[in-house]
Design a protein around this ligand. Structure first.
Ligand SMILES: Nc1ncnc2c1ncn2[C@@H]1O[C@H](COP(=O)(O)OP(=O)(O)OP(=O)(O)O)[C@@H](O)[C@H]1O
Ligand SMILES: [Mg+2]
Length: 246
């Protein structure tokens, strides 16, 4: 059975001054598929996902989501359509609690004597439900994010994507700053997202993580797609060769 891609990038190019960050890069993502993006520093991985998530506009080419061409002005628009992007540090607000972070930018309101106020009880209650579904153990949802570990923060960000029923989740180096147990947890969460039919794009320098969790891998090299492989049909050695070129 082959389903339609939830996301498709067609021949996208992006330049910054004289730097060709992306040159006619194409890719497809199926629902429930985990796609890894690999490549050396500066290969264009972050630029590619930023072009998908509305941070950058492509200079050439097009992006299709759910079968329609899209052009997002900013990441919030992409998020509202179901494309959630998680950056290692930028996605969450340190001074807010867990509930508030799940709802960041989309807070539920209630009326008090006709005045709209943020419904914090509801935020914490719903955040707790979401995190429970994901088997994320956080004892206190009213703790500020800065008191959480890197892995717990990633878990909150993933919980946020689940809560809003993202169809595509993009993760830029989600395990880079984590300890080994936390990396395992994030890898397990990616697997559970896959089970629920979410398409995941996962950027990593860690080939162990990539081989543990991905179905397919695209290797970028200086803005060009150097190769694309099914994980079951390649090896870390081959991926490294594609990354460095030859
Ligand atoms: N906002 C920007 N302005 C100017 N140049 C940029 C900008 N963003 C990226 N670039 C350049 O585009 C190229 C690709 O960068 P990008 O951040 O996409 O690489 P990357 O594959 O994510 O690398 P890394 O693994 O180090 O995160 C680099 O040469 C980078 O310097
Ligand atoms: Mg990057």
């Amino acid at each position: 059975m082959k389903s339609e891609p939830i996301l498709e990038v067609r021949e996208v190019s992006k330049r910054f001054g004289g730097v060709h960050a992306l040159e006619k890069v194409s890719m497809q993502l199926l629902p429930g598929e985990v796609l890894a993006l690999a490549g050396d520093n500066g290969a264009g991985k972050s630029t590619l996902i930023k072009t998908i998530s509305g941070v950058h506009r492509p200079d050439e080419g097009s992006i299709h989501y759910g079968g329609k061409e899209v052009s997002f002005d900013n990441p919030q628009q992409a998020r509202d359509c179901g494309i959630e992007t998680i950056y290692q540090d930028l996605a969450l607000a340190d001074n807010l609690d867990v509930g508030a972070n799940v709802f960041l930018g989309r807070e539920p309101m209630r009326n008090v004597f006709g005045v709209p106020v943020i419904d914090r009880q509801k935020m914490r209650r719903e955040a707790a439900q979401t995190l429970k579904v994901l088997d994320i153990q956080l004892t206190r949802l009213d703790r500020p994010l800065r008191s959480l570990s890197g892995g717990q923060r990633q878990a909150v960000a993933i919980g946020r994507a689940i809560h809003w029923k993202a169809q595509v989740l993009i993760m830029d180096e989600p395990t880079a700053a984590l300890g080994v147990p936390e990396q395992r947890k994030v890898v397990a969460l990616i697997r559970s997202l896959k089970q629920s039919g979410v398409g995941v794009i996962f950027i990593s320098h860690n080939l162990g993580d990539i081989f543990a969790v991905s179905d397919r891998i695209i290797v970028l090299r200086r803005g060009i797609k150097a190769g694309e492989r099914n994980i079951s049909a390649t090896t870390p050695d081959e991926i490294v060769r594609l990354m460095v070129g030859g």
